[in-house]
Structures are given as structure tokens and as C-alpha cells.
Design a protein around this ligand. Sequence first.
Ligand code: ATP
Ligand code: NMN
Length: 284
Amino acid sequence: MAAHLTESFTNPPGYTFPHHRLSRVLRNPNKTPLVLVACGSFSPVTYLHLRMFEMAKDHVRQNTDFEIVGGYLSPVSDMYKKPGLLSARHRVNMCTMGAEDSNTWLMVDSWEAFQSYQRTAIVLDHFDYEINTVLGGVHTEDGEHRNVRVMLLAGSDLIGTMSEPGVWAYSDLEHILGRYGCFIVERAGTAMDQATDALARWRSNIHLISQLIQNDVSSTKVRLFLRRGLSVRYLLPNSVVDYIEEHGLYQDEGANTSAHPSPDKGKEREREVTASGSKKEAVS
Ligand SMILES: Nc1ncnc2c1ncn2[C@@H]1O[C@H](COP(=O)(O)OP(=O)(O)OP(=O)(O)O)[C@@H](O)[C@H]1O
Ligand SMILES: NC(=O)c1ccc[n+]([C@@H]2O[C@H](COP(=O)(O)O)[C@@H](O)[C@H]2O)c1
């Protein structure tokens, strides 16, 4: 396998890699251990973000030779400067509440949230390093060592941006889709075939998951509802709704967001995606 893009990873102050729910024993020795990593804003985390992991779990069990040993949400850094991006502290808190309250296998990694913007290729390298190099992977019930495969979990809108010019470096795509691979959950409004056509050379590493029950909740819509004083209960975990109310979050457009916007990769990307009309959603 190709090397990591970087040989050294800078950790935020006081950071430790969470692995309390990582299963260290592979139940079926004929399977390949797999960790799913969802990168995103999670501003705020919704039930759809959490459902993505459950959809992937069913798909993996029914269609692949992988065995999932853990799942991570990795909220993006404040430096991503996307409109509506609440501070990393709140986003990490909400993800932790949402994920830890409602299942037994998801964890939240704050490594990218609490530092400068890190490209997704580097984030996957960080997981690979922590799980396989630092922790030493997993083992079978007979004590045989196995390296864990790390893969990206994303919606089809994100994979759609991978064929838009200027958003992803080709070498990063080669790293993400060639070395690691991904599971892509269908998202209303994005044609899956169109999204993946341009990525055909990595087809064997791209696993498509259809949404059998369509769910089109998005953080953008949730933020709009909150600004208009509408209820978002049952779109997000109750603990997250309570946290938003308690801290008065998302009341004003642009309020509570990460401070001091500056031009950077993330902002450029947002402009491009908005211009292409694939990302922004209106609630009438
Ligand atoms: N309704 C959905 N269907 C499928 N995938 C989704 C859906 N909502 C979010 N995702 C995926 O979840 C991941 C995290 O996304 P992100 O936090 O940017 O959520 P979002 O709801 O799209 O946010 P925003 O509305 O602020 O752009 C991305 O890979 C995104 O494609
Ligand atoms: N070049 C890159 O590595 C690259 C480009 C665009 C988005 N992303 C990632 O995709 C995730 C989701 O971004 P959006 O919330 O803008 O859809 C974020 O974690 C972001 O870092 C990475």
C-alpha cells in the first residue's frame, strides 16, 4: 500500500484518539475489519448523519466481505469557514451527544475539528495511523493480527463535488478512492450515476448505497427552521435539540459561527458548490 501523505500528524493540545467503542476482536476471521469515517460540518448533526452509518452497516453485511469494527464522525475545522458553521466546540459536543446517546458503535474524533483545516486525504491517513500504527490494528479470536481498512462514508453530493474542478486535488482523490475507498449514500437531488461516472477508474473501491426510505433532512434546513422559530424535534436526537435550546444556537444567520472568516480552500469550495446549485437548499 502507498505511504501516508504526511509522516507526522500534529495533534491539538490535550488530544487523545477515542477508541472506547472500537471492537478489537474480529468475529469472522474470513472478513476484513473496517472502520467508517464520515467527514463533514455536522452543524448540527442530524438523524440522517447517524442513519448513514446504519445504512452502511446493513449494506456492508449484505454485500461485502468487510466486518465493521467501528464508526467515526469527524467534524471539520472552524477554518473551513463554511456559512452556518458553528464553532467546533459546539459541533463536537452535539456530535458526541447524538452519537453516544443513540448507539453502541459510533465515536466522535475531534482531531480535525480543533486545529487548522485538514484535507480529507490527511484525515483518513490520521485514522489509519491511529488505528493501525498506534493501536496495532485488531486481532481474530485466535489471536491473529489484522490491519483495519479505513474508508470514507459520505453522501452522494460530496462524491459529486469530486468531479467538480478545483475542489479536490487529483492526488488526493487517488489517495482517498484508490488507497482507502468509500461508501456513498444516495442523496435526493444528486444523481448517483452522474456523481460516480467521472470517478470510474476507482469504481471497485466505491460502494453505492441506495436510501430505501428517503430522508432529505439537511443541516441547512435545520438551521433555517431554528432561525424561524420552528421545531426541529425528531429531526435530530433529543439531547442535541435540548443543547441547541439551552445555548440559544442558530438564532441568527451568521451568529454563533466560527469567527474571523478568511479566504481559504473550504470557502472557495463552498462558493463553487453553491454556484453549481448542488448544495444550497431552500425552505419555502
Ligand atoms: N440527506 C442526506 N442524504 C445523504 N447524505 C447526506 C445527507 N445529509 C448529509 N449527508 C452527508 O453527510 C455528510 C456530512 O455532511 P454535512 O455535515 O456537510 O451535512 P449537510 O446536512 O449536507 O450540511 P449543510 O446542510 O450544512 O451543507 C456528507 O457526506 C453529506 O453528503
Ligand atoms: N479537498 C478536500 O479534501 C475536500 C474538498 C471538499 C470537501 N472536503 C470535506 O468534505 C466534508 C464535507 O464538506 P461539506 O460540508 O462542505 O459538504 C468536509 O469534511 C470537508 O473537509 C474535503
